[in-house]
Design a protein around this ligand. Structure first.
Ligand code: PHE
Length: 452
């Protein structure tokens, strides 16, 4: 008889799970990464491929991850081992859990550095730093921040400590409380920003850039980036959603909860795009700004907006919170594993993981200044970590999950855990998990390395 509750605790309600999973999904990936990758890859066509990846690969894999987590009720590594054993399958499937723990650790290291930028901008905005800013001044301000390893280190450290503090407190009192109030506020503020960009920005140009596809601008590599972004933004392929699923009560509907999380995540990304591009075009900046995109454009809006000082400060505070609720889900799989297997206390396990991620993060932040001369495939440490995790490790993890649920578990166990009525939705999902998702991931991989 599989366990019905995890030793780490359980969400108090289904809504708490939705909020936590949304908290994990909505983060820097939506507001920082999505706009700049869209900007770098020419807009509309990229967005379309991204949306297709969300629906055809992301949503079905999210359901598969939640289903596995709830069935195994442990950290991703032990969940995979347990479910594989119960299904009479190889212990080798535990590898999926290990890839996830590794990916989470690598993502956290650079995630914390970028979240540090957002923290820095809270104070820049609050102290009136955006007042009277023009496009050039905004770029200079961002550049000056990147050039200072001390400042980056300080913010990176503060963010990592914040993250560890919540995770150390455990599922209910820590994770759940943080998301309940903050997520809705973030959406509200994004809507305010979109309102501003409608009134003051080149709104039509922004909408066209986001939604008018020009497929000639789309390279094979861009398709890989769009798929990677889909995994990254939904927190898929590394066990974060799986471990959250392991704290979900057995009654909740996996399909409905996944749908809600995916819809919320996509909405936030599109709102961020709608807020940013019109402001960018109005300021005469090019969309290909790279990772600095929102840090260069949004201050321009806040510089001119009535009460921009307050809106700017609140916006970056909420961005920090969005990043925070994602970062806690990045360490959770590793922490749960250490608690289960080495009987470490939660506090100690969290400290350990956060410390190592923090160290690697220092390498990432130095790659922005002191070590900027060292590159591999033209990328510094931060870019490499980002590329490797989002575009390779996460889709690889997702691929294994799809194979496991679609091909290795018996359909009977899948059905009994999913508790969907056996109608159209179920058949569609099963088809996507078995065929569409794994084949699509494989083809995108092979194309990116030039094999098909
Ligand atoms: N989904 C988060 C974001 O968009 C990042 C993340 C990735 C979190 C993977 C957990 C796991 O910011």
């Amino acid at each position: 008889m599989p366990a019905t509750v995890s030793i780490h605790g359980q969400w108090s309600t289904r809504l708490a799970f939705i909020l936590a999973a949304t908290g994990s999904a909505v983060g820097l990936g939506n507001i920082w990464r999505f706009p700049y990758i869209v900007g770098d890859n020419g807009g509309g066509a990229f967005v379309l491929v991204y949306l297709a990846c969300i629906l055809l690969i992301g949503l079905p894999i999210m359901m598969a991850e939640i289903l596995l987590g709830r069935r195994g009720r442990q950290s991703p590594i032990n969940t995979m081992l347990t479910v594989a054993r119960e299904e009479g399958l190889s212990r080798g499937w535990g590898l999926m859990g290990w890839i996830g723990v590794l990916a989470g650790f690598l993502i956290l290291s650079f995630y914390s550095v970028i979240a540090g930028w957002a923290l820095a901008y809270v104070f820049k905005s609050g102290s009136g730093g955006f007042i009277g800013l023009d496009a050039e001044g905004s770029s200079e301000m961002f550049g000056a921040m990147l050039a200072s390893p001390e400042a980056l280190l300080a913010w990176h450290t503060i963010f990592m400590v914040m993250t560890a503090m919540v995770v150390a407190r455990g599922v209910r009192s820590g994770l759940e409380r943080a998301v309940t109030i903050l997520m809705p506020l973030l959406v509200l503020l994004l809507v305010v920003l979109v309102g501003y960009s409608m009134a003051q920005g080149e709104f039509i140009a922004g909408v066209q850039f986001l939604f008018q596809p020009d497929f000639s601008a789309l390279s094979a590599n861009a398709v890989l980036l769009a798929m990677g972004q889909a995994f990254f933004t939904l927190s898929l392929g590394m066990g974060a959603i799986m471990v959250y699923g392991s704290y979900l009560s057995s009654e909740a509907s996996v399909a409905k909860t996944s749908g809600a999380v995916v819809a919320a995540d996509t909405l936030v990304a599109l709102l961020a795009g709608l807020a940013i591009f019109p402001i960018l075009f109005a300021a005469g900046l090019s969309p290909g700004q790279g990772p600095g995109l929102i840090f260069v454009t949004l201050p321009l809006a806040f510089a001119e907006m009535p009460m921009g000082l307050y809106f700017g400060t609140v916006f970056f505070v909420l961005l920090v919170f969005a990043a925070w609720t994602s970062a806690i889900s990045l360490i959770e799989p590793a922490v749960a594993f250490l608690v289960e297997n080495l009987s470490l206390t939660r506090v100690f396990a969290t400290t350990l993981v956060a410390m190592f991620a923090w160290l690697l993060g220092i390498g990432a932040l130095l790659s922005l200044n002191v070590w900027s001369g060292y590159t591999l495939f033209d990328m510094g440490i931060l870019d490499l970590l980002d590329y490797l995790t989002a575009n390779i490790l996460l889709p690889l993890g997702g691929f294994l999950i799809a194979l496991f649920v679609g091909w290795r578990m018996t359909e009977r166990s899948v059905q009994s855990e999913l508790r969907l009525k056996l109608g159209f939705v179920y058949s569609l999902w099963y088809f996507l998990v078995r065929y569409v998702a794994p084949i699509a991931i494989l083809v995108v991989f092979l194309r990116a390395i030039g094999l098909v």
